[in-house]
Design a binder for this molecule. Structure first.
Ligand SMILES: CCCCC/C=C\C/C=C\C/C=C\C/C=C\C/C=C\CCCCC(=O)SCCNC(=O)CCNC(=O)[C@H](O)C(C)(C)COP(=O)(O)OP(=O)(O)OC[C@H]1O[C@@H](n2cnc3c(N)ncnc32)[C@H](O)[C@@H]1OP(=O)(O)O
Ligand SMILES: Cc1cc2nc3c(=O)[nH]c(=O)nc-3n(C[C@H](O)[C@H](O)[C@H](O)COP(=O)(O)OP(=O)(O)OC[C@H]3O[C@@H](n4cnc5c(N)ncnc54)[C@H](O)[C@@H]3O)c2cc1C
Length: 572
């Protein structure tokens, strides 16, 4: 981050995936042989999993690693055009090694995807090694600082000891030794967990820029004859930006929780206790999808709330968007991640709770819901009284919405099966419900963690303003998803009307603290890199200076006049 902090860089994959994968999957001997030189940037690596034909469907990846006992080597090969590794960051021109995910073949059998360390360029000349065809995949939507590359392997031989063997092993005679759990070779949970914090940072940066700018930008008339007001005084501007501010705080707390949970459970896994891996996978997959989708949309809200200057690169908002938006795709495409959380965790937990199993962790509420279903329903059947002030009751409302949508998805699968569909078809024809259930589950987790965090705040004034933000986050989510709550019988139309009114009150309450709340993120001007979001609010002078520095202004008459306009004029 020598130039712009937080900008994507060719070494991101080396730091964010190559090193962590070694840490998680290398033997002590391999750590010695690879981690030390990689830490010193002698080895520069990437994580080459995705192929031209497959990114999501890991079992469909085609690259092969065939063990040759006669030479004690693996032969790495790209058998088809669609098997060419495609997208890995830093692969095109930067890396001299790659962790290649390939289908392991030994003694005539395929044992699925495993990780292999493959040297791809000469350590001194950086020339591609024999059998290695490597390059950049070409211009992209953004990420221009990163050489996302392609890698075609033509019967490339690597030593037996280049297969990451902390969990699975191949013996010198070619015998395959299974890992303690097949799930250990998936990886990716680390970065998915980190991305939740990246969502919070992207939101914090975007709403800092937009709210500071909205405090210095004056426009139009609120009262005839009076000076033009700050645009932050318009209710619509507050309605756009303050929920983003609330989400930035919410996701900051969730990001901290995700990091702590990753650290705790990966520690258990290193100690041989794999019991919490399903919760970690489901939580990291779901929260990665939930927070990146929300942040992706919110960055655009912030950009558009700054009017024309928001569209200028001087605002930094276009760059924040372009750099953030691929988080919805990489490290697990969001829809697929939501389906993982639903199908591999929520529905499974729902079925366990339905037969009386006591659930732990983030799905424990499903046991409560199952018990509730066994109790006689209240005669009124109507929605419980709604407090637009009591955070704990709102957490409970989100919990019940999540339980309701998990049950709806599980019942949809059951109904499809009863219609005679196969298991696979039944699940596919319920996948919209499954995604909704995951979304609701993650939303409940975020609201609950936000409210739990308040219990740790001692300062009364800080606790009060954070409580207001938490209320706004919960009520805005309720308003935006009122259909779910109405459909589940958790909300009535009069209550929905009260929610909208309460949101307006909260916007007004937050207005005096809005700038202080973004200042509290403590994002300095260098990190924000935004003329609109400057701490000193001196926007116009610096906007003019920024434009004057534009390369196009290096000369008063641009060469295009002489090269194109003048000749064109003479021909007319
Ligand atoms: C050491 C020092 C480090 C210093 C640096 C520290 C920090 C980093 C800081 C700075 C670095 C800078 C930035 C950060 C770095 C990088 C970010 C920048 C760029 C982005 C890079 C992007 C990289 C990529 O995109 S990598 C490729 C990502 N691809 C995917 O995610 C593929 C998605 N698909 C899948 O995961 C799978 O196909 C699937 C959808 C899960 C389906 O798999 P399948 O085999 O079909 O499995 P099935 O659904 O049947 O489930 C079987 C079983 O397994 C369980 N399961 C599945 N996945 C996992 C998992 N990941 N973990 C655990 N368990 C898993 C699943 O629940 C099932 O269990 P069960 O049978 O039901 O019990
Ligand atoms: C900027 C960037 C950096 C990247 N860096 C790396 C890297 O360093 N290393 C690496 O290995 N990869 C990298 N990738 C690749 C990335 O991991 C994949 O693009 C991602 O996993 C999605 O896979 P895909 O592209 O095959 O999309 P697909 O899976 O083809 O998705 C296309 C559509 O199909 C849908 N779909 C797919 N499967 C299902 C399903 N089972 N059910 C329902 N819908 C489904 C998806 O929801 C999506 O709408 C990077 C990608 C980008 C954009």
């Amino acid at each position: 981050s020598c130039v712009h902090p937080d900008r994507p860089e060719p070494l991101d994959l080396h730091l964010g995936m190559f090193l962590p994968t070694l840490l998680n999957q290398a033997t002590p001997e391999q750590m010695e042989r690879f981690f030390t030189p990689a830490w010193n940037l002698r080895i520069i690596g990437t994580y080459a999993q995705t192929e031209m034909g497959h990114g999501t469907h890991l079992r469909g990846l085609e690259t092969t690693a065939t063990f040759d006992p006669s030479t004690q080597e693996f032969v790495l090969h790209s058998p088809t055009i669609s098997s060419i590794k495609w997208w890995p960051g830093g692969l095109g021109k930067t890396s001299n090694h790659a962790i290649v995910l390939a289908q392991l073949h030994t003694q005539g059998r395929c044992h699925g995807l495993h990780a292999f360390i493959v040297p791809i360029r000469d350590m001194d000349t950086h020339v591609p090694l024999p059998g290695v065809v490597v390059g950049d995949i070409g211009p992209k939507f953004g990420f221009s600082e990163v050489d996302n590359g392609f890698l075609k392997l033509e019967h490339v031989r690597i030593p037996l000891d280049n297969m990451l063997m902390k969990f699975a092993k191949v013996e010198p005679d070619g015998t395959y030794v299974k890992p303690p759990s097949a799930k250990l070779t998936y990886g990716m949970v680390f970065i998915r967990s980190m991305i939740v914090g990246q969502s919070a940072l992207a939101l914090a940066k975007s709403c800092t820029i937009a709210i500071r700018y909205s405090a210095v930008r004056h426009q139009s008339e609120l009262r005839p004859g009076e000076p033009e007001p700050q645009i932050l005084n318009y209710q619509t501007q507050q309605h756009k930006l303050f929920p983003v501010l609330a989400a930035a705080y919410a996701f900051t707390f969730v990001g901290q929780y995700m990091k702590d949970t990753y650290r705790r459970i990966s520690g258990d896994i290193h100690a041989g206790d794999y019991s919490q891996l399903p919760e970690l996978h489901a939580l990291s997959a779901g929260l990665k999808a939930f927070t990146t989708w929300a942040a992706n949309a919110a960055i655009e809200v912030c950009r558009m709330s700054c009017g024309g200057h928001g569209y200028s690169r001087s605002s930094a908002l276009p760059d924040i968007y372009v750099e953030f938006t691929p988080t919805c795709t990489y490290e697990g495409e969001n829809t697929v991640m939501m389906l993982q959380t639903a199908s591999r965790y929520l529905v499974k937990s729902y079925r366990q709770a339905s037969v009386g199993q006591r659930l732990q962790g983030s799905v424990s509420y499903l046991s409560e819901a199952a018990a509730q279903r066994l109790r006689p329903r209240p005669v009124s059947g109507g929605a419980a009284p709604l407090s637009t002030q009591d955070l704990l009751s709102l957490v409970h409302l989100y919990q019940r919405r999540a339980a309701s949508l998990v049950e709806l998805a599980a019942k949809s699968i059951q109904q499809e099966l009863q219609r005679g569909r196969s298991q696979e078809e039944a699940w596919n024809h319920s996948s919209i419900d499954l995604v909704r259930a995951s979304d609701a589950h993650c939303h409940f987790v975020v609201v609950k963690l936000f409210v739990d965090k308040l219990e740790q705040v001692d300062d009364a004034a800080v606790k009060a303003v954070l409580s207001t933000l938490a209320l706004l986050y919960a009520l805005k989510g309720l308003a935006d998803n009122s259909g779910d709550f109405l459909q589940a019988g958790l909300l009535t139309v009069p209550q929905a009307t009260r929610v909208s009114a309460r949101i307006k009150e909260l916007l007004e309450e937050l207005r005096p603290d809005a700038v202080a709340l973004v200042d509290a993120f403590d994002l300095n001007d260098r990190k924000l890199n935004s003329v609109l979001g400057r701490y000193d609010g001196n926007v116009y002078e610096h906007l003019y200076e920024w434009a004057r520095q534009s390369p196009l202004n290096a000369t008063e008459v641009h060469e295009s006049f002489h090269k194109y306009l003048k000749p064109l004029r003479s021909r007319l």
